[in-house]
Design a protein around this ligand. Sequence first.
Ligand code: CA
Length: 220
Amino acid sequence: MRILLVEDDALLGDGIRAGLKLAHYAVDWVRDGAAARLALLDHAYQACVLDLGLPERDGLSVLKELREQGQQLPVLILTARDTSADKIAGLDAGADDYLTKPFDLPELQARLRALIRRAGGAAAPTLAHAGVVLDPASKQVTRDGQPLTLSAREYALLHDLLRHKTHIRTRSQLEESLYAWGEETGSNTVEVYIHNLRRKLGSDFIRTIRGLGYRLGDTS
Ligand code: CA
């Protein structure tokens, strides 16, 4: 799950990034509106946390352009602008949620979980397939009711596959969702995580679609 964080306050940005990384998100952090625009053009994100008062370009104008391009990406505005008129302007410009500073990190995380599951077409808070249940709130994964221990990357990869249950995910799509800028990606790391997940979830849980990528196995 890859998130774009747009925040020009160094201390706050650092805190949010650290908190989201602990929640197993890959986080790209940019500090101005122009960089946000470029990042959004170049990468597939699952959500964006957007400050409004930014150097170079206001967050609202970045958001409006994103929506004019027809981009569906969930956007949560995180700002000190707390009047009712500000909130209305933000939501009407295409934001999916609006949170004012100061805020609690657990609330930001819960709002992101809600946005991401809705964007994936789901209302239920957990994802399940073939006896495996993943709970994004607690980061717990169980198989037939038994808790499993997964590494952060294994968890993120499983989360991605569960969100795209009926789709084939290519290796580059999975890499894009697992890694933020500057994080090491070995040549076969996705394969290693798939191997580990099969060991923990059963060999049929994830299918290799030759030449294309990976998909969850059939439930029967
Ligand atoms: Ca700001």
